[in-house]
Design a protein around this ligand. Structure first.
Ligand code: B12
Length: 492
Protein backbone atom coordinates (compact mmCIF):
# COMPACT_ATOMS: atom_id res chain seq x y z
CA UNK A 1 0.00 0.00 0.00
CA UNK A 2 1.43 3.38 -1.04
CA UNK A 3 0.19 6.31 0.99
CA UNK A 4 0.63 10.04 0.51
CA UNK A 5 0.34 12.20 3.62
CA UNK A 6 -0.67 15.58 2.25
CA UNK A 7 -0.67 18.97 3.98
CA UNK A 8 -2.32 21.68 1.81
CA UNK A 9 -0.81 25.07 1.22
CA UNK A 10 -1.32 28.00 3.59
CA UNK A 11 -2.22 31.36 2.14
CA UNK A 12 0.10 34.21 2.91
CA UNK A 13 -0.92 34.83 6.54
CA UNK A 14 0.35 36.43 9.73
CA UNK A 15 1.64 33.09 11.09
CA UNK A 16 2.90 31.76 7.76
CA UNK A 17 6.01 33.94 8.29
CA UNK A 18 6.51 33.49 4.56
CA UNK A 19 8.28 36.80 3.96
CA UNK A 20 10.55 36.30 6.99
CA UNK A 21 11.40 32.69 6.13
CA UNK A 22 13.02 33.81 2.89
CA UNK A 23 15.77 35.49 4.91
CA UNK A 24 16.83 32.14 6.40
CA UNK A 25 16.04 30.18 3.21
CA UNK A 26 13.38 28.03 4.88
CA UNK A 27 10.18 27.05 3.14
CA UNK A 28 7.73 26.69 6.03
CA UNK A 29 7.59 27.37 9.74
CA UNK A 30 7.10 23.79 10.98
CA UNK A 31 6.17 20.35 9.68
CA UNK A 32 2.60 19.02 10.00
CA UNK A 33 2.72 17.26 13.35
CA UNK A 34 -0.73 15.67 12.96
CA UNK A 35 0.27 13.83 9.78
CA UNK A 36 3.67 12.79 11.16
CA UNK A 37 1.86 11.44 14.23
CA UNK A 38 -0.66 9.40 12.28
CA UNK A 39 2.17 8.12 10.06
CA UNK A 40 3.39 6.11 13.04
CA UNK A 41 -0.11 4.74 13.64
CA UNK A 42 -0.41 3.32 10.10
CA UNK A 43 0.73 -0.27 9.41
CA UNK A 44 4.55 -0.30 9.35
CA UNK A 45 4.65 -2.23 6.07
CA UNK A 46 2.85 0.58 4.21
CA UNK A 47 5.04 2.90 2.12
CA UNK A 48 4.59 6.55 3.12
CA UNK A 49 5.50 9.86 1.49
CA UNK A 50 4.92 13.26 3.05
CA UNK A 51 3.85 16.03 0.68
CA UNK A 52 3.77 19.31 2.56
CA UNK A 53 2.52 21.64 -0.18
CA UNK A 54 4.18 24.50 1.68
CA UNK A 55 7.52 22.88 0.95
CA UNK A 56 7.09 21.12 -2.38
CA UNK A 57 4.44 20.58 -5.02
CA UNK A 58 2.26 17.47 -5.28
CA UNK A 59 3.55 15.89 -8.47
CA UNK A 60 2.06 13.58 -11.11
CA UNK A 61 4.62 11.01 -10.00
CA UNK A 62 3.26 11.15 -6.43
CA UNK A 63 -0.26 10.62 -7.71
CA UNK A 64 0.73 7.77 -10.02
CA UNK A 65 2.57 6.07 -7.12
CA UNK A 66 -0.18 6.39 -4.49
CA UNK A 67 -3.12 4.17 -3.61
CA UNK A 68 -4.38 6.44 -0.84
CA UNK A 69 -4.00 10.09 0.16
CA UNK A 70 -4.36 11.03 3.83
CA UNK A 71 -5.08 14.75 4.04
CA UNK A 72 -4.96 17.03 7.10
CA UNK A 73 -5.95 20.71 7.11
CA UNK A 74 -7.01 23.74 9.11
CA UNK A 75 -9.89 25.91 7.87
CA UNK A 76 -7.46 28.44 6.45
CA UNK A 77 -6.14 25.72 4.08
CA UNK A 78 -9.64 24.98 2.65
CA UNK A 79 -9.01 26.27 -0.91
CA UNK A 80 -5.77 24.29 -1.30
CA UNK A 81 -7.36 21.21 0.33
CA UNK A 82 -10.20 21.28 -2.21
CA UNK A 83 -7.79 21.51 -5.10
CA UNK A 84 -5.71 18.61 -3.79
CA UNK A 85 -8.77 16.42 -3.23
CA UNK A 86 -9.85 17.09 -6.83
CA UNK A 87 -6.41 16.15 -8.16
CA UNK A 88 -6.37 12.93 -6.13
CA UNK A 89 -9.82 11.98 -7.40
CA UNK A 90 -8.89 12.68 -10.99
CA UNK A 91 -5.85 10.42 -10.56
CA UNK A 92 -7.92 7.63 -9.00
CA UNK A 93 -6.31 7.97 -5.57
CA UNK A 94 -8.68 7.32 -2.67
CA UNK A 95 -8.90 10.16 -0.16
CA UNK A 96 -8.98 9.93 3.64
CA UNK A 97 -9.50 13.25 5.42
CA UNK A 98 -8.88 14.20 9.07
CA UNK A 99 -7.79 17.09 11.29
CA UNK A 100 -9.50 20.36 12.34
CA UNK A 101 -11.00 21.51 9.02
CA UNK A 102 -12.77 18.23 8.30
CA UNK A 103 -13.74 17.68 11.94
CA UNK A 104 -15.57 21.00 12.19
CA UNK A 105 -16.97 20.95 8.63
CA UNK A 106 -17.62 17.23 8.13
CA UNK A 107 -18.95 15.78 4.90
CA UNK A 108 -18.69 19.02 2.92
CA UNK A 109 -15.98 17.97 0.52
CA UNK A 110 -16.95 16.16 -2.65
CA UNK A 111 -14.31 13.54 -3.40
CA UNK A 112 -13.42 12.51 0.15
CA UNK A 113 -13.90 8.74 0.48
CA UNK A 114 -13.45 8.48 4.23
CA UNK A 115 -13.64 11.08 6.96
CA UNK A 116 -11.58 9.89 9.92
CA UNK A 117 -12.37 12.66 12.37
CA UNK A 118 -11.49 13.83 15.88
CA UNK A 119 -8.35 12.40 17.43
CA UNK A 120 -6.79 9.66 15.29
CA UNK A 121 -5.78 7.69 18.39
CA UNK A 122 -9.48 6.79 18.70
CA UNK A 123 -10.85 6.75 15.17
CA UNK A 124 -7.98 5.61 12.96
CA UNK A 125 -7.71 2.05 14.39
CA UNK A 126 -11.41 1.49 13.65
CA UNK A 127 -10.99 2.71 10.09
CA UNK A 128 -7.88 0.56 9.53
CA UNK A 129 -9.64 -2.48 10.94
CA UNK A 130 -12.67 -2.00 8.66
CA UNK A 131 -10.45 -1.24 5.71
CA UNK A 132 -8.54 -4.49 6.19
CA UNK A 133 -11.87 -6.29 6.07
CA UNK A 134 -13.02 -4.36 3.01
CA UNK A 135 -15.93 -2.63 4.76
CA UNK A 136 -14.60 0.85 5.56
CA UNK A 137 -17.38 3.37 6.29
CA UNK A 138 -17.66 6.96 5.08
CA UNK A 139 -17.34 8.65 8.47
CA UNK A 140 -15.54 7.79 11.68
CA UNK A 141 -16.11 10.09 14.61
CA UNK A 142 -16.21 9.97 18.40
CA UNK A 143 -17.43 12.15 21.30
CA UNK A 144 -14.52 10.90 23.46
CA UNK A 145 -11.05 12.30 23.97
CA UNK A 146 -7.94 10.18 23.61
CA UNK A 147 -5.50 9.15 26.30
CA UNK A 148 -2.39 10.68 24.75
CA UNK A 149 -0.06 8.63 26.91
CA UNK A 150 -0.58 6.07 24.15
CA UNK A 151 0.30 8.46 21.31
CA UNK A 152 3.39 7.26 19.44
CA UNK A 153 6.47 9.34 18.61
CA UNK A 154 5.84 11.22 15.32
CA UNK A 155 7.79 9.98 12.31
CA UNK A 156 9.93 13.02 11.54
CA UNK A 157 12.07 11.00 9.16
CA UNK A 158 9.34 11.56 6.53
CA UNK A 159 9.94 15.31 6.59
CA UNK A 160 12.84 17.24 5.12
CA UNK A 161 13.79 18.95 8.39
CA UNK A 162 16.07 21.42 6.62
CA UNK A 163 13.05 23.06 4.96
CA UNK A 164 11.58 24.18 8.28
CA UNK A 165 12.39 26.98 10.70
CA UNK A 166 11.21 25.12 13.79
CA UNK A 167 10.08 21.69 14.94
CA UNK A 168 7.08 20.94 17.10
CA UNK A 169 6.18 18.56 19.89
CA UNK A 170 2.99 18.32 21.93
CA UNK A 171 2.83 17.65 25.67
CA UNK A 172 -0.86 18.27 26.31
CA UNK A 173 -4.20 18.71 24.55
CA UNK A 174 -7.20 20.63 25.82
CA UNK A 175 -7.57 23.79 27.90
CA UNK A 176 -9.32 24.27 31.26
CA UNK A 177 -10.84 27.60 30.23
CA UNK A 178 -14.02 28.26 28.37
CA UNK A 179 -13.53 31.22 26.01
CA UNK A 180 -16.63 31.60 23.90
CA UNK A 181 -14.88 31.92 20.52
CA UNK A 182 -12.30 29.19 20.94
CA UNK A 183 -12.15 26.13 18.76
CA UNK A 184 -9.79 24.24 21.01
CA UNK A 185 -12.21 23.24 23.71
CA UNK A 186 -14.76 22.27 21.06
CA UNK A 187 -12.16 20.02 19.40
CA UNK A 188 -10.12 18.82 22.35
CA UNK A 189 -12.09 19.40 25.53
CA UNK A 190 -11.50 21.12 28.86
CA UNK A 191 -9.51 18.58 30.77
CA UNK A 192 -5.86 19.00 29.83
CA UNK A 193 -4.59 15.55 28.93
CA UNK A 194 -0.85 15.13 28.97
CA UNK A 195 1.79 12.80 27.66
CA UNK A 196 4.39 11.52 30.09
CA UNK A 197 7.70 13.33 30.39
CA UNK A 198 9.28 10.12 29.08
CA UNK A 199 7.32 10.42 25.81
CA UNK A 200 8.44 14.01 25.31
CA UNK A 201 12.06 13.16 26.00
CA UNK A 202 11.81 10.33 23.46
CA UNK A 203 10.41 12.84 20.92
CA UNK A 204 13.21 15.32 21.59
CA UNK A 205 15.80 12.53 21.40
CA UNK A 206 14.29 11.57 18.04
CA UNK A 207 14.75 15.12 16.76
CA UNK A 208 18.23 15.35 18.23
CA UNK A 209 19.27 12.08 16.59
CA UNK A 210 18.03 13.35 13.23
CA UNK A 211 20.42 16.27 13.68
CA UNK A 212 17.92 18.97 14.62
CA UNK A 213 19.47 21.88 16.55
CA UNK A 214 17.19 24.85 16.84
CA UNK A 215 13.83 25.96 18.13
CA UNK A 216 11.05 23.60 19.14
CA UNK A 217 7.46 24.74 19.56
CA UNK A 218 5.38 22.97 22.23
CA UNK A 219 2.06 23.15 20.36
CA UNK A 220 -0.02 22.79 23.50
CA UNK A 221 -3.26 24.72 23.72
CA UNK A 222 -2.19 25.82 27.18
CA UNK A 223 1.05 24.33 28.49
CA UNK A 224 0.19 25.36 32.05
CA UNK A 225 -3.24 23.68 31.91
CA UNK A 226 -1.94 20.89 34.17
CA UNK A 227 0.61 22.74 36.30
CA UNK A 228 1.25 19.82 38.58
CA UNK A 229 2.51 17.51 35.87
CA UNK A 230 4.36 20.34 34.19
CA UNK A 231 6.24 21.39 37.31
CA UNK A 232 6.83 17.96 38.79
CA UNK A 233 7.51 15.93 35.67
CA UNK A 234 8.05 17.70 32.36
CA UNK A 235 10.12 20.73 33.37
CA UNK A 236 12.57 18.78 35.59
CA UNK A 237 12.98 16.26 32.75
CA UNK A 238 13.65 19.04 30.22
CA UNK A 239 16.15 20.72 32.52
CA UNK A 240 18.03 17.45 32.77
CA UNK A 241 17.75 16.72 29.04
CA UNK A 242 19.30 20.05 28.11
CA UNK A 243 22.49 19.42 30.05
CA UNK A 244 25.39 19.39 27.60
CA UNK A 245 23.20 20.20 24.59
CA UNK A 246 23.34 23.54 22.81
CA UNK A 247 21.18 25.20 20.23
CA UNK A 248 17.74 24.22 21.55
CA UNK A 249 15.12 26.78 22.55
CA UNK A 250 11.46 26.18 23.30
CA UNK A 251 8.32 28.24 22.80
CA UNK A 252 4.70 27.51 23.66
CA UNK A 253 1.19 28.82 24.41
CA UNK A 254 0.01 29.63 27.94
CA UNK A 255 -2.68 31.59 29.76
CA UNK A 256 -1.95 34.94 31.43
CA UNK A 257 -2.03 33.50 34.95
CA UNK A 258 1.49 32.22 34.35
CA UNK A 259 2.41 35.69 35.63
CA UNK A 260 1.20 34.67 39.12
CA UNK A 261 3.74 31.89 39.46
CA UNK A 262 7.30 33.15 39.64
CA UNK A 263 8.67 29.69 40.35
CA UNK A 264 6.95 28.24 37.28
CA UNK A 265 8.36 30.98 35.04
CA UNK A 266 11.85 30.42 36.41
CA UNK A 267 11.59 26.71 35.83
CA UNK A 268 10.39 27.26 32.28
CA UNK A 269 13.31 29.56 31.54
CA UNK A 270 15.72 27.04 33.08
CA UNK A 271 14.16 24.37 30.86
CA UNK A 272 14.92 26.46 27.75
CA UNK A 273 11.64 28.28 27.08
CA UNK A 274 12.15 31.78 25.72
CA UNK A 275 8.77 32.68 24.16
CA UNK A 276 5.12 32.27 25.15
CA UNK A 277 2.02 33.07 23.11
CA UNK A 278 -0.86 34.37 25.24
CA UNK A 279 -4.45 35.06 24.24
CA UNK A 280 -4.90 38.52 25.76
CA UNK A 281 -7.75 39.41 23.38
CA UNK A 282 -8.64 42.90 24.61
CA UNK A 283 -8.03 45.40 27.39
CA UNK A 284 -11.83 46.01 27.55
CA UNK A 285 -13.22 44.36 30.69
CA UNK A 286 -16.78 44.22 29.32
CA UNK A 287 -15.61 42.43 26.20
CA UNK A 288 -13.56 39.96 28.25
CA UNK A 289 -16.65 39.21 30.34
CA UNK A 290 -18.75 38.89 27.16
CA UNK A 291 -16.49 36.17 25.72
CA UNK A 292 -16.11 34.45 29.08
CA UNK A 293 -12.37 35.05 29.23
CA UNK A 294 -12.53 34.95 33.01
CA UNK A 295 -8.84 34.27 33.48
CA UNK A 296 -8.02 37.70 32.03
CA UNK A 297 -10.56 39.68 34.07
CA UNK A 298 -9.75 41.94 37.03
CA UNK A 299 -6.02 41.90 36.38
CA UNK A 300 -3.46 44.48 35.45
CA UNK A 301 -2.66 42.85 32.13
CA UNK A 302 0.20 45.18 31.24
CA UNK A 303 1.90 44.53 34.59
CA UNK A 304 1.41 40.80 33.98
CA UNK A 305 3.07 40.97 30.58
CA UNK A 306 6.01 42.94 31.98
CA UNK A 307 6.46 40.45 34.80
CA UNK A 308 6.62 37.60 32.29
CA UNK A 309 9.10 39.51 30.11
CA UNK A 310 11.28 40.29 33.13
CA UNK A 311 11.29 36.60 34.01
CA UNK A 312 12.93 35.94 30.63
CA UNK A 313 9.98 35.03 28.42
CA UNK A 314 9.08 36.98 25.33
CA UNK A 315 5.30 37.44 25.13
CA UNK A 316 3.51 37.14 21.80
CA UNK A 317 -0.13 38.21 22.03
CA UNK A 318 -3.39 37.31 20.36
CA UNK A 319 -5.96 40.14 20.25
CA UNK A 320 -9.49 40.43 18.89
CA UNK A 321 -11.72 43.33 17.87
CA UNK A 322 -15.40 43.02 17.06
CA UNK A 323 -16.91 42.02 20.40
CA UNK A 324 -20.42 43.34 21.07
CA UNK A 325 -19.07 45.48 23.89
CA UNK A 326 -16.34 47.07 21.77
CA UNK A 327 -16.78 50.74 20.95
CA UNK A 328 -15.00 53.26 18.76
CA UNK A 329 -12.60 53.93 21.63
CA UNK A 330 -11.55 50.28 21.69
CA UNK A 331 -9.20 50.64 18.74
CA UNK A 332 -7.11 53.33 20.43
CA UNK A 333 -7.12 51.54 23.79
CA UNK A 334 -5.91 48.39 22.09
CA UNK A 335 -3.12 50.23 20.28
CA UNK A 336 -2.03 51.88 23.54
CA UNK A 337 -2.10 48.54 25.31
CA UNK A 338 0.04 46.82 22.69
CA UNK A 339 2.53 49.68 22.49
CA UNK A 340 2.92 50.03 26.26
CA UNK A 341 3.22 46.31 26.89
CA UNK A 342 5.98 45.89 24.30
CA UNK A 343 4.28 42.91 22.67
CA UNK A 344 6.16 42.98 19.39
CA UNK A 345 4.32 40.09 17.75
CA UNK A 346 0.73 41.17 18.26
CA UNK A 347 -1.76 39.23 16.16
CA UNK A 348 -4.92 41.29 16.06
CA UNK A 349 -7.84 39.61 14.36
CA UNK A 350 -11.48 40.35 13.62
CA UNK A 351 -13.78 38.20 15.72
CA UNK A 352 -14.83 35.09 13.78
CA UNK A 353 -17.17 32.32 14.93
CA UNK A 354 -15.85 28.83 14.19
CA UNK A 355 -18.56 26.14 13.95
CA UNK A 356 -18.78 24.11 17.15
CA UNK A 357 -18.02 27.03 19.48
CA UNK A 358 -20.44 28.63 21.95
CA UNK A 359 -20.10 31.88 20.01
CA UNK A 360 -21.28 30.16 16.84
CA UNK A 361 -24.34 28.73 18.62
CA UNK A 362 -25.21 32.10 20.19
CA UNK A 363 -24.91 34.05 16.94
CA UNK A 364 -26.73 31.39 14.93
CA UNK A 365 -29.68 31.68 17.28
CA UNK A 366 -29.58 35.47 17.06
CA UNK A 367 -29.49 35.29 13.21
CA UNK A 368 -26.09 36.99 13.18
CA UNK A 369 -24.03 34.57 11.12
CA UNK A 370 -22.93 35.31 7.57
CA UNK A 371 -21.20 33.07 5.08
CA UNK A 372 -18.56 30.52 6.01
CA UNK A 373 -15.48 31.89 7.78
CA UNK A 374 -12.16 32.13 5.97
CA UNK A 375 -10.28 30.75 8.99
CA UNK A 376 -7.68 33.52 8.70
CA UNK A 377 -8.68 36.09 11.27
CA UNK A 378 -6.22 38.70 10.04
CA UNK A 379 -7.56 38.94 6.50
CA UNK A 380 -10.12 41.58 7.50
CA UNK A 381 -13.13 39.31 6.94
CA UNK A 382 -15.59 37.83 9.41
CA UNK A 383 -18.53 35.43 9.35
CA UNK A 384 -20.48 37.36 11.99
CA UNK A 385 -22.75 40.40 11.93
CA UNK A 386 -21.05 42.53 14.57
CA UNK A 387 -22.85 44.90 16.93
CA UNK A 388 -20.70 47.72 15.56
CA UNK A 389 -21.38 48.68 11.95
CA UNK A 390 -19.31 46.27 9.83
CA UNK A 391 -17.72 49.00 7.69
CA UNK A 392 -16.77 50.98 10.78
CA UNK A 393 -15.28 47.86 12.35
CA UNK A 394 -13.27 47.01 9.24
CA UNK A 395 -12.03 50.55 8.79
CA UNK A 396 -11.02 50.74 12.45
CA UNK A 397 -9.31 47.38 12.18
CA UNK A 398 -7.37 48.28 9.07
CA UNK A 399 -6.09 51.55 10.45
CA UNK A 400 -5.14 49.82 13.70
CA UNK A 401 -3.06 47.22 11.83
CA UNK A 402 -1.53 49.80 9.54
CA UNK A 403 -0.52 51.89 12.54
CA UNK A 404 0.82 48.99 14.66
CA UNK A 405 3.05 47.70 11.88
CA UNK A 406 4.20 51.04 10.48
CA UNK A 407 8.01 51.11 10.87
CA UNK A 408 8.27 53.83 13.50
CA UNK A 409 5.62 52.37 15.79
CA UNK A 410 6.79 48.78 15.33
CA UNK A 411 10.46 49.50 15.97
CA UNK A 412 9.58 51.61 18.98
CA UNK A 413 7.70 48.58 20.36
CA UNK A 414 10.78 46.43 19.85
CA UNK A 415 12.83 48.82 21.98
CA UNK A 416 10.13 48.92 24.68
CA UNK A 417 10.30 45.14 24.81
CA UNK A 418 14.08 44.89 24.84
CA UNK A 419 14.28 47.38 27.73
CA UNK A 420 12.06 45.12 29.85
CA UNK A 421 13.25 41.71 28.75
CA UNK A 422 15.69 39.82 30.91
CA UNK A 423 17.29 37.70 28.27
CA UNK A 424 18.05 34.13 29.34
CA UNK A 425 21.58 32.93 28.78
CA UNK A 426 21.21 30.34 26.04
CA UNK A 427 24.21 28.86 24.32
CA UNK A 428 23.75 28.52 20.58
CA UNK A 429 26.36 27.61 17.99
CA UNK A 430 26.83 30.18 15.24
CA UNK A 431 24.57 29.19 12.36
CA UNK A 432 25.84 30.22 8.92
CA UNK A 433 22.26 30.59 7.67
CA UNK A 434 21.61 33.21 10.34
CA UNK A 435 24.75 35.13 9.40
CA UNK A 436 23.47 35.21 5.82
CA UNK A 437 20.04 36.32 7.05
CA UNK A 438 21.74 39.16 8.91
CA UNK A 439 23.53 40.26 5.74
CA UNK A 440 20.29 40.01 3.77
CA UNK A 441 18.56 42.15 6.38
CA UNK A 442 21.21 44.85 5.94
CA UNK A 443 20.54 44.92 2.21
CA UNK A 444 16.75 44.51 2.16
CA UNK A 445 15.80 46.49 5.25
CA UNK A 446 18.81 48.75 5.84
CA UNK A 447 19.58 49.76 2.26
CA UNK A 448 16.56 49.35 -0.01
CA UNK A 449 13.78 49.13 2.62
CA UNK A 450 11.44 52.01 3.45
CA UNK A 451 12.15 51.24 7.11
CA UNK A 452 15.88 51.86 6.75
CA UNK A 453 16.07 54.79 9.17
CA UNK A 454 14.32 52.72 11.85
CA UNK A 455 16.44 49.67 11.07
CA UNK A 456 19.73 51.50 11.66
CA UNK A 457 18.36 53.24 14.75
CA UNK A 458 17.52 49.85 16.29
CA UNK A 459 20.79 48.38 15.02
CA UNK A 460 22.97 50.88 16.90
CA UNK A 461 20.62 51.24 19.88
CA UNK A 462 20.84 47.48 20.51
CA UNK A 463 24.54 47.28 19.80
CA UNK A 464 25.29 49.87 22.48
CA UNK A 465 22.48 49.32 24.97
CA UNK A 466 21.62 45.61 24.72
CA UNK A 467 24.41 43.90 22.79
CA UNK A 468 23.37 40.38 23.84
CA UNK A 469 19.95 41.00 22.33
CA UNK A 470 21.39 42.02 18.96
CA UNK A 471 20.44 38.81 17.07
CA UNK A 472 16.93 39.06 18.53
CA UNK A 473 16.63 42.69 17.41
CA UNK A 474 17.57 41.68 13.85
CA UNK A 475 15.03 38.83 14.01
CA UNK A 476 12.35 41.35 15.00
CA UNK A 477 13.36 43.63 12.13
CA UNK A 478 12.85 40.68 9.76
CA UNK A 479 9.51 39.74 11.37
CA UNK A 480 8.43 43.37 11.02
CA UNK A 481 9.05 43.15 7.30
CA UNK A 482 6.82 40.05 7.10
CA UNK A 483 4.03 41.64 9.16
CA UNK A 484 4.08 44.78 7.02
CA UNK A 485 3.86 42.71 3.84
CA UNK A 486 0.87 40.85 5.32
CA UNK A 487 -0.82 44.14 6.17
CA UNK A 488 -0.26 45.35 2.61
CA UNK A 489 -1.34 42.12 0.94
CA UNK A 490 -4.10 40.72 3.18
CA UNK A 491 -5.45 43.27 5.62
CA UNK A 492 -5.48 46.50 3.62
C1 B12 B 1 0.82 24.25 15.80
C2 B12 B 1 -0.38 25.07 15.43
C3 B12 B 1 -0.19 26.03 14.46
C4 B12 B 1 1.11 26.23 13.73
C5 B12 B 1 1.01 25.36 12.46
C6 B12 B 1 2.26 24.64 12.12
C7 B12 B 1 1.98 23.57 11.08
N1 B12 B 1 2.89 23.27 10.28
O1 B12 B 1 0.92 23.04 11.01
C8 B12 B 1 1.03 27.73 13.39
C9 B12 B 1 1.56 28.57 14.53
C10 B12 B 1 1.72 28.15 12.10
C11 B12 B 1 -0.49 27.90 13.36
C12 B12 B 1 -1.09 28.90 12.69
C13 B12 B 1 -2.46 29.06 12.63
N2 B12 B 1 -3.37 28.34 13.31
CO1 B12 B 1 -2.94 26.84 14.40
N3 B12 B 1 -2.69 25.54 15.68
C14 B12 B 1 -1.65 24.89 16.03
C15 B12 B 1 -2.01 23.99 17.22
C16 B12 B 1 -1.66 24.75 18.49
C17 B12 B 1 -1.38 22.62 17.24
C18 B12 B 1 -1.55 21.80 15.96
C19 B12 B 1 -0.80 20.53 16.13
O2 B12 B 1 0.30 20.36 15.64
N4 B12 B 1 -1.38 19.62 16.90
C20 B12 B 1 -0.76 18.34 17.23
C21 B12 B 1 -1.29 17.24 16.32
C22 B12 B 1 -0.80 15.91 16.80
O3 B12 B 1 -2.68 17.30 16.41
P1 B12 B 1 -3.61 17.47 15.11
O4 B12 B 1 -2.90 18.18 14.05
O5 B12 B 1 -4.93 17.97 15.52
O6 B12 B 1 -3.75 15.94 14.64
C23 B12 B 1 -4.53 15.01 15.35
C24 B12 B 1 -5.98 14.91 14.83
O7 B12 B 1 -6.48 16.11 14.36
C25 B12 B 1 -5.91 13.84 13.79
N5 B12 B 1 -5.52 14.18 12.43
C26 B12 B 1 -4.86 15.26 11.98
N6 B12 B 1 -4.70 15.18 10.69
C27 B12 B 1 -5.22 14.05 10.26
C28 B12 B 1 -5.32 13.50 8.98
C29 B12 B 1 -5.93 12.27 8.82
C30 B12 B 1 -6.04 11.69 7.46
C31 B12 B 1 -6.45 11.59 9.94
C32 B12 B 1 -7.07 10.28 9.77
C33 B12 B 1 -6.38 12.16 11.23
C34 B12 B 1 -5.77 13.38 11.37
O8 B12 B 1 -4.95 12.97 14.32
C35 B12 B 1 -3.95 13.66 15.05
C36 B12 B 1 -3.65 12.86 16.30
O9 B12 B 1 -4.77 12.82 17.12
C37 B12 B 1 -3.56 23.85 17.04
C38 B12 B 1 -4.34 23.55 18.27
C39 B12 B 1 -4.40 22.06 18.48
N7 B12 B 1 -4.33 21.67 19.69
O10 B12 B 1 -4.51 21.27 17.57
C40 B12 B 1 -3.90 25.18 16.40
C41 B12 B 1 -5.02 25.21 15.38
C42 B12 B 1 -4.89 24.02 14.47
N8 B12 B 1 -4.73 26.44 14.65
C43 B12 B 1 -5.77 27.12 14.36
C44 B12 B 1 -5.77 28.36 13.68
C45 B12 B 1 -7.10 29.07 13.57
C46 B12 B 1 -4.60 28.90 13.16
C47 B12 B 1 -4.49 30.20 12.38
C48 B12 B 1 -5.51 30.40 11.32
C49 B12 B 1 -4.47 31.33 13.37
C50 B12 B 1 -4.52 32.69 12.75
N9 B12 B 1 -5.47 33.41 13.17
O11 B12 B 1 -3.72 33.09 11.96
C51 B12 B 1 -3.07 30.11 11.78
C52 B12 B 1 -3.12 29.69 10.32
C53 B12 B 1 -1.94 28.95 9.82
C54 B12 B 1 -1.11 29.76 8.89
N10 B12 B 1 0.11 29.37 8.65
O12 B12 B 1 -1.53 30.69 8.36
C55 B12 B 1 -7.02 26.40 14.80
C56 B12 B 1 -7.66 25.69 13.61
C57 B12 B 1 -9.13 25.73 13.65
C58 B12 B 1 -9.67 25.30 12.34
N11 B12 B 1 -10.90 25.06 12.32
O13 B12 B 1 -9.00 25.22 11.36
C59 B12 B 1 -6.48 25.45 15.91
C60 B12 B 1 -7.25 24.16 16.11
C61 B12 B 1 -6.42 26.28 17.20
C62 B12 B 1 -7.74 26.88 17.61
N12 B12 B 1 -7.71 27.94 18.35
O14 B12 B 1 -8.78 26.50 17.32
N13 B12 B 1 -1.10 26.94 14.08
Amino acid sequence: MNVLLIYPEFPDTFWSFKHALKFIRKKASSPPLGLLTIATMLPPEWEKRLVDANVRKLTLDDLAWADYAFICAMTVQRPSAREIIDRCKAAGVRVVAGGPLFTIEPEQFAGVDHYVLNEAELTLPLFLQDMAQGCARGVYTTPDFADIETTPVPDWSLADLGSYATMSVQFSRGCPYNCEFCNVTALLGHRPRTKSARQIIAELDGLYDLGWRGSVFFVDDNLIGNKKRLKNELLPALIEWRQGKTGFSFSTEVSINIADDEQLMQMMVAAGFDTVFIGIETPEEDSLAECNKKQNLNRNLIADVKRIQRAGLQVQGGFIVGFDNDSLGTFQRLVDFIQNSGIVTAMVGLLQAPPGTKLYARLLEAGRLLERMSGDNVDGTTNIIPAMNLDVLRTGYRSLMQYLYSPEVYYQRVRTFLREYRMPKLKAPLDFEYVLAFLRSIFRLGIIGTERAQYWKLFFWTLFRKPRAFPLAITFAIYGYHFRRICELRVL
